[in-house]
Write a protein that binds this ligand. Sequence first.
Ligand code: PLP
Length: 457
Amino acid sequence: MTPDNHVDLQPAARDNLWMHFTRQGAFATSDVPIITRGEGAYVWDAQGRRYLDALSGLYVTQIGHGRRELGEAAAKQMAELEFFPIWTFAHPRAIELAERLASFAPGDLNRVFFTSGGGEAVESAWKLAKQYYKMTGRPNKHKVISRRISYHGTTQGALSITGMPAYKSVFEPLVPSTVHVPNTNFYRAPEHGDDPVAFGRWAAAQIEDAIIAEGPDSVAAVFLEPVQNAGGCFTPPPGYFQLVREICDRHDVLLVSDEVICGFGRLGEWFGAIKYGFQPDIITCAKGLTSGYAPMGAMIASDRLMEPFLEGNNTFLHGYTFGGHPVCAAVAMANLDIFEREGILDHVRQNEGPFRDTMNKLSDLDIVGDVRGAGYFLALELVKDKSTKETFNDDEAERLLRGFLSKELYDSGIYCRTDDRGDPIVQLSPPLICDQSHFDEIEFILRDVLTRAQKML
Ligand code: PLP
């Protein structure tokens, strides 16, 4: 592979490009990593080095990199109708995609509201919940309950729902009326640590307690990911979502399944709600909808939630210029064609066990306290003392993750995420086309780097 000659991009990368969630100052003394192309499960940098993309970009690239078919779908759509809004008008691709998503979504989630990304979908869901209750005679229902350490986006509403105080404090005051309850981190369960079913009952009861404490007349919605990403792939205990559904019904509260990561095959189904057998009132999604070949998100709402908007002059007073963009919708359709043609959901279902088994091998390392997750979505929690589950203090986590692991993993040819928004973890979310050879490569590199990490501690 010949190196791509992009070294001259370094000054502009430093001086002009404001990267997201990035310690920009770190690049005063080191180069900005510049990724120039991708194919399948791999990407290449400007020096021509190859990396296994074990994070699908950012939980996005379900069908892998470099699929010309999606570019061709975009070009065809641009030649036909490059843009038209879906404000009062419609166009074929948005209609077709809405119909297709409605057919994938569980139950009567038939109403598809397009956005440009995940945070906007979350924002839209909260606004819909508020306006719906205002229009149906319960105008005080406006609060949202979500879980600690959860991430739901960065717009001010979505950030309020996000359960990470450190991400929020610099932007306070945010949108009031959000309440945070315990998540489903079974590894560190404060109660019932030996009984997942009892733990699930306890965690669901926290939601009901919060609704009652706030006053059911004031609570509009509960926002939950099927598997919570931040903190490291917290799966739902058995029965948890069924109990949450009952609680929401009891108190007339909407259940929003935030599937920005979990949708589109990440867990082996179109949506995580299908995997875990619960019926949400709203699904929010993005990322894998287009596999990242174009930016797009959606809120998929139940028929019941649209009913009041079908009367008289009523209008959902909300929208985005680029919602339902024809090119993005055409790309999403082509992406979903590939899913169906190549049996991507089946592939994940057949290979999630081997992926898990291969990562479980790393449990023999002292630093690996827990391997958890579902589908192609796993996290390794790193611990200081495996027998006591003692975690690292802030300084140690900083040295371990940013001082060592991030760089060493990257230099060893793997792109994944080390994260300490909760306890320190390594997150893995490879493209859904990956197979045993990729799992082995991930395990091989992680074993080497984590073994060296143990020694430097
Ligand atoms: N919700 C969840 C669960 C997410 O993981 C994310 C992003 O990772 C978002 C919302 C926000 O999506 P976006 O970055 O597209 O705005």
